[in-house]
Design a protein around this ligand. Structure first.
Ligand code: ATP
Ligand code: MG
Length: 293
């Protein structure tokens, strides 16, 4: 995938098409942009409103409004640098760790404001877990990687309870059969695809409500990717998932709705099938047909 940042709105937009479609970004309406499609959900697990994000003086996200529905998988796509990771990180306050980063707007997890002073980020990040692009097992055994969060959050009183959590999480992550006889070996001794499933098991072990995934398969081969995609499908029975991906095939395979970002703006959100077959916005169409990105 091309790493360059798109600096200009996509061209060409034929005059006829531009007229037919709404919300084409121009210099004049740049700040007043409104997302097209269906950005909201009747059963919202998370609701984001009027979100702006700045790194120092530089604005990275412009007035984004989006719901993520309960047990829904929402894919976030768009050219490199368009703000997908920045937006995703807002959802469990990972941007708090970046000094220059300023986030404004409202973020509700059900009816709780996640930026409320009373909201502690540790339990928040247990409720809204994150899986990163590069598998990042702790330098601990397979067992201890999965048990880590459960120990911190005091989820198991007895060793047998912790054993149960570790086994169930590894099973849900589709890794149990491959590691059950080597639980005391280091997490880093696993293959890349296994490490990513280990990280998913570690995330699941604290019973999150929402799982954020930032390009979780980008370091994996097609077989490991297929396993993670199957897993996302299974996990969506019980969890709400937001996944950033550069693979449009992956977005099409795993998600219910797809959100297309461009230059920090949320251009379009629609049912995934619609986004990939008949998008509402020219910029979405240009991206999915490979004209840029
Ligand atoms: N820590 C940071 N400090 C300053 N600017 C940042 C920081 N992180 C991201 N940015 C800027 O914010 C914008 C959005 O970046 P972000 O990483 O969210 O994009 P992305 O859509 O996830 O891109 P990619 O597909 O390459 O991962 C970019 O212009 C980027 O340079
Ligand atoms: Mg990113």
């Amino acid at each position: 995938m091309n790493d360059s940042v798109i600096k200009e709105p996509a061209t060409p937009l034929s005059a006829e098409k531009s007229k037919a479609k709404t919300n084409v970004i121009t210099e004049e309406n740049n700040d007043a942009y409104t997302t097209v499609g269906q950005a909201f959900s009747e059963k919202a697990k998370m609701s984001m409103r009027d979100v702006d994000v700045f790194y120092g003086e530089k604005q990275a996200i412009y007035d984004v409004n989006l719901d993520i529905g309960t047990n829904e998988v929402v894919a976030m796509i768009g050219p490199s640098g368009c703000g997908k990771s920045t937006f995703l990180r807002c959802l469990n306050r990972m941007n708090d760790t970046i000094d220059t980063c300023k986030v404004t707007g409202k973020f509700l997890l059900e009816d709780q404001d996640i930026n409320d002073k009373k909201m502690d980020v540790v339990p928040l990040r247990a409720r809204v877990g994150m899986v990163f692009q590069k598998p990042n097992p702790f330098p601990k055994s397979i067992y201890d990687n999965v048990a880590y969060g459960a120990r911190i959050h005091g989820l198991a009183d007895r060793k047998s309870d912790l054993d149960d959590i570790v086994e169930t999480s590894l099973q849900k992550a589709g890794l149990w059969n491959e590691v059950k006889d080597r639980l005391q070996q280091p997490g880093t001794s696993l293959s890349g695809g296994q490490q990513q499933r280990l990280c998913i098991a570690r995330t699941i072990a604290v019973s999150p409500e929402v799982i954020l995934m930032d390009e979780p398969c980008s370091a994996l081969d097609p077989i490991a990717t297929a396993r993670i995609e199957e897993l996302i499908d299974e996990l969506s029975q019980n969890y709400t998932i937001a996944i950033v991906t550069h693979s449009m095939q992956q977005a099409a395979r795993v998600s219910h709705r797809t959100a297309y970002f461009h230059l920090g703006k949320l251009i379009e959100v629609n049912e995934t099938e619609k986004v990939f077959t008949n998008p509402d916005h020219d910029l979405t169409e240009a991206y999915i047909t490979g004209r840029f990105g």
